[in-house]
Design a protein around this ligand. Structure first.
Ligand code: SF4
Length: 470
């Protein structure tokens, strides 16, 4: 494969949280470098956040976590000066491509404005690509960003032939087998609001295919790396970025593959690397695994319970029963692991009885969990739930050409609406508070990473054996 000599510029546009670099940047950089490309990355989200600091959280979302006012976005872009930063980077690097990464509904308007700026300042000389879930579920993704030369919605890897130009199909096949790793070169953690946390994605996709989940929609197949050598890579990151205290794995499920999960725990055992991540409840996640998690530096795990009703979990396509979920939570807690759980109210098919079962589930589990994250069900484009919306009697109440997360959906029979979901969310939040916990999504809730770190320190202070330093 021959490569363009000019660099490729990967750009992450606003709006996203300001806690750390989005994982797509390190993934893109690692991927392109492994192909021999000269790649540069530019996090315009954090640059805008730094420029407009005072209300970044409010600026980045409306009440449904989606930015939807183009004129306000335009005002933000202008005030932040990020169009000038982008123009400067293009003038300095003369890239063959400017690739806007992970564009979703929240980043839609900002990306369009930035593309227009690039076109206005550099005419047609610069090739522009757009990648992102906004295009999921689209028959003609290119029509969503007509100003761009290449538009795609799936895994980054699927655009390699387009970006590299000279890559033939045979090479692409080989490419899917190749090894590459997240690359954080050039990133400045001190710019971010949570420099103690590094978001790291080790695996992509998930074999379980829950019907609401984006993992399956974005990644046609599960991509799992061997954990061999992972500890060395993480140690190097901790040395390169001294502010980082812990790694937050962004994988959908760290333990989808039982054997690789055991290898993962062995690889991190006793290495003084603190980390947290998502686990899928499985019958083998017992107390002894909990002890191994702690010995491997696990600060905390998050479990996607979503509903306390087995019938709703079946509708979701969850891979196991509530018995297994409760077993895992109790066992991990007994070992001393910080356990946080996710709940999602108002799934299509959830009845008032099902909802009450979820309330009872939280009452049973309250003493075993340290944190609960509760949210309303939104429907993401590209998921089986989205694809089957018509069959399920769901009116999405949105246009897939402009959105990819539908928060205002309702059942045609009126039994599940945004108002009903909001009311259930308020009820579950007050129930959680009555149990002495707080919905971690509340604006005034303490940061989960900070809570997990405190939990770890208290546990160590009590003299519970642990190999990891504070
Ligand atoms: S187990 Fe988790 S990551 Fe996997 S499909 Fe289900 S919700 Fe998604």
């Amino acid at each position: 494969m021959t490569l363009d000599k000019a660099p490729i510029l990967g750009v992450f546009p606003p709006f996203w949280r300001d806690e750390g670099p989005h994982f797509v940047l390190s993934h893109f950089q690692g991927l392109m470098k492994s192909l021999g490309a000269d790649v540069r990355i530019l996090d315009l989200n954090i640059e805008a956040s730094l420029a407009l600091k005072e209300r970044w959280g409010d600026l980045s979302r409306n009440c449904d976590n989606i930015w939807n006012e183009p004129q306000d976005v335009a005002g933000c872009i202008e005030k932040s000066g990020i169009a000038n930063l982008l123009a400067k980077a293009i003038a300095a690097h003369q890239p063959s491509w400017v690739v806007f990464l992970s564009v979703n509904a929240a980043r839609n308007h900002a990306t369009r404005l930035l593309i227009r700026e690039v076109r206005a300042r550099f005419h047609e000389k610069i090739r522009i690509a757009v990648n992102g879930p906004l295009c999921l579920g689209q028959k003609d993704a290119a029509a969503i960003f007509p100003e761009a030369d290449l538009v795609w919605s799936g895994a980054l890897e699927s655009a390699i032939p387009g970006l590299m130009g000279q890559c033939d199909k045979g090479t692409l096949h080989d490419f899917s087998e190749r090894e590459y790793f997240p690359d954080y070169s050039g990133m400045d953690m001190s710019k971010y609001s949570k420099p103690e946390q590094l978001i790291y994605t080790w695996n992509f996709g998930c074999r379980f295919r829950c019907r609401f989940c984006l993992q399956g929609a974005q990644y046609a197949q599960e991509f799992r790396r061997s954990p061999l050598g992972l500890s060395g890579r993480l140690q190097k990151l901790l040395t390169d970025f001294p502010t980082v205290k812990y790694i937050r794995f962004y994988d959908g499920s760290l333990n989808a593959d039982k054997n690789l999960f055991h290898d993962f725990l062995n690889e991190l055992d006793g290495k003084n690397i603190l980390w947290g991540g998502h686990l899928t409840p499985m019958p083998y996640l017992d107390r002894s695994i909990g002890e191994r998690l702690l010995s491997a530096g696990c600060l905390g795990v998050n479990i996607g319970v979503e509903s306390g009703s087995d019938s709703v979990r079946k509708l979701m396509g969850k891979p196991n029963s509530l018995d297994v979920v409760e077993f895992c939570i109790r066992e991990l807690h007994a070992a001393g692991v910080y356990v946080s759980i996710n709940l999602m109210v108002g799934y299509p098919g959830e009845t008032e009885n099902d909802f009450n079962e979820t309330l009872r589930f939280t009452s049973r589990m309250a003493e075993f969990v340290s944190c609960i994250v509760a949210n309303k069900t939104g429907i993401y484009a590209g998921t089986p739930l989205f694809v089957d919306a018509g069959k399920l009697g769901i009116n999405l109440n949105g246009d897939v050409r402009h959105e990819f997360l539908f928060n205002y959906w309702e059942l045609a029979d009126g039994s599940n609406t945004q108002t009903i979901r909001q009311e259930r969310l308020l009820r579950i939040e007050s129930h959680i508070e009555s149990l002495g916990l707080k919905n971690a999504r509340s604006p005034d809730a303490e940061d989960e990473g900070t809570r997990a770190l405190k939990h770890w320190r208290i546990r160590n202070r009590k003299g519970v054996p642990s190999t990891c330093a504070e």
